[in-house]
Design a protein around this ligand. Structure first.
Ligand code: 5AD
Ligand code: SF4
Length: 445
């Protein structure tokens, strides 16, 4: 008997998503896959067999759109071979340059911004019908309310959960306030319901995400209160959050680090520069001493907390002496790890309009020096763990047979001989060795 048109076809459709940039994009990609899952798409990790390819893009540093165009160039032959293939651009490049991409790249069928991807199913139907679709609105409705409930498949032990989006800080170098819009907090009840759902699916650790996650204000007491509320969920073993702005680290959140055992001793607290002059030029709205005093308060609450940061070298006007202030701050805080970037002028941001751009070779040289220091401190932080016992949440098999790998509270990757049955379990591990990017240990008795 002939099948109803579309029935067999919808079951066959495959979706390939390539995710660039931050963890919030990883979360968005998951939600986009789920939204299209309701339209009959199943995920694939092979672009060649996809019926739809989505590039979930990042606009934070330069060459973002060049990367998108060169990826589109690589996709061209796939589309020539399979004219039914639909190609979409999502994320922050879509938001910032969507209309231009649509005009320049005929291979693109749809463009969807980070605040409107709940409309993907309708857009997908439109492009299947031969249309091209662009949606980069900041819509009235909240995409999280509009998206269907998350499917109930079994999941791995860790998950991301976006609780806050957007940024009102307007650092002089940053495109985020323009691409992601104003700060918005998701309501606590919804976050709790989503967390409970994830825990039922096997998740033991959640990382709460936001461009300014600690500016979350969905309930009295802010993020600290939310952490305490989620910590009461049985079966949830660990809570993390990222990324935080120093000015939003309030007393309640700092206290939660000292008192809430499920809140992990790890904090990504970007400072960007150690020079007061540059911090001011960056519009970071705090100075070096205030940051160092904050670090002291956090460490007083939770002495074993591992701190990490982001740094920009070569911000317009940065002198050798400003840069040395940054190196000095890094030594003083003794970060366990950090990311460092060369300043890249982003169109539309105040810093991009300024003179006094630092020459490329000076930036290269500063970046190397900073990265060497960060690596040295990272190695020291890891070596300090040798001989100690840490709790590890095992996530997946390691490289060697019989081995599992997981994360410590301080987010160090830890390898240990352990049965696969320990996946999703927290166990004490005695650390025996430190490698370049991970620790090794044995299960404690
Ligand atoms: N140039 C270089 N680095 C940047 N970042 C944000 N904007 C820029 C830029 N224009 C870095 C900051 C931020 C991280 C996510 O990216 O360090 O914390
Ligand atoms: Fe960008 Fe600054 Fe906002 Fe972070 S706080 S997203 S760096 S504007």
């Amino acid at each position: 008997m002939p099948q109803a048109p579309g029935a067999a076809m919808t079951a066959q459709k495959k979706l390939y998503i390539k995710t660039y940039g931050c963890q919030m994009n990883v979360y968005d990609s998951e939600r986009m896959a789920e939204a299209l899952g309701a339209e009959g798409y199943v995920p694939t990790d092979r672009a060649e067999e996809a019926d739809m390819i989505l590039l979930n893009t990042c606009h934070i540093r330069e060459k973002a759109s060049e990367k998108v165009y060169s990826e589109l160039g690589r996709l061209r032959p796939l589309k020539d071979a399979k004219p039914d293939l639909k190609v979409g651009i999502a994320g922050c490049v879509a938001q910032a340059e969507g209309t231009e991409i649509m005009a320049r790249a005929p291979v693109v069928d749809l463009v969807v911004g980070p605040q409107s991807y709940h409309r993907l199913p309708a857009m997908e139907r439109a492009v299947r019908g031969g249309a091209r679709a662009v949606d980069t609105d900041f819509p009235e409705e909240d995409k999280f309310t509009e998206l269907k409930a998350r499917p109930k498949a079994k999941r791995g032990p860790t998950a991301f959960l976006t609780v806050q989006e957007g940024c009102d800080k307007f650092c002089a170098f940053c495109v985020v306030p323009y691409t992601r819009g104003a700060e918005v907090s998701r309501p606590a009840d919804r976050i709790e319901a989503e967390t409970r759902g994830l825990v039922e699916q096997g998740v033991r650790e959640i990382t709460l995400l936001g461009q300014n996650v600690n500016a979350w204000h969905g309930m009295e007491g802010g993020l600290g209160a939310l952490v305490r509320r989620l910590a009461r969920i049985e079966g949830l073993a660990r809570i993390r959050y990222t990324t935080s702005h120093p000015n939003d680290m309030d007393d309640a959140l700092i206290a939660a680090h000292g008192e809430e055992a499920k809140l992990m001793p790890y904090l990504h607290l970007p400072v960007q520069s150690g020079s007061d002059r540059i911090l001011k030029a960056m519009n970071r709205k705090h100075g070096r001493d205030a940051y160092l005093a904050l670090v002291e308060r956090i460490r007083a609450a939770r002495p074993d907390i591992l701190l990490t940061s982001d740094f920009i070298v070569g911000f317009p006007g940065e002198t050798e002496s400003d840069f040395e202030d940054t190196l000095d701050l890094v030594r003083q805080v003794r970060y366990g790890a950090s990311f460092s970037f060369k300043y890249s002028p982003r169109p539309g941001t105040p810093a991009a309009e300024r003179g006094a751009q630092v020459p490329a070779e000076v930036m290269d040289e500063r970046l190397q020096r900073l990265q060497a220091l960060i690596t040295e401190l990272q190695r020291e932080a890891q070596e300090a763990m040798v001989g100690r016992e840490v709790e590890v949440l095992f996530e997946k098999p390691g490289r060697l047979p019989g081995q599992m790998v997981g994360k410590s509270g301080q987010l160090h990757a830890v390898h240990a001989d352990a049965p696969e049955s320990l996946r999703g379990e927290v166990r004490r591990v005695r650390i025996t060795a430190s490698g370049p990017n991970s620790l090794a240990g044995t299960l404690a008795a």
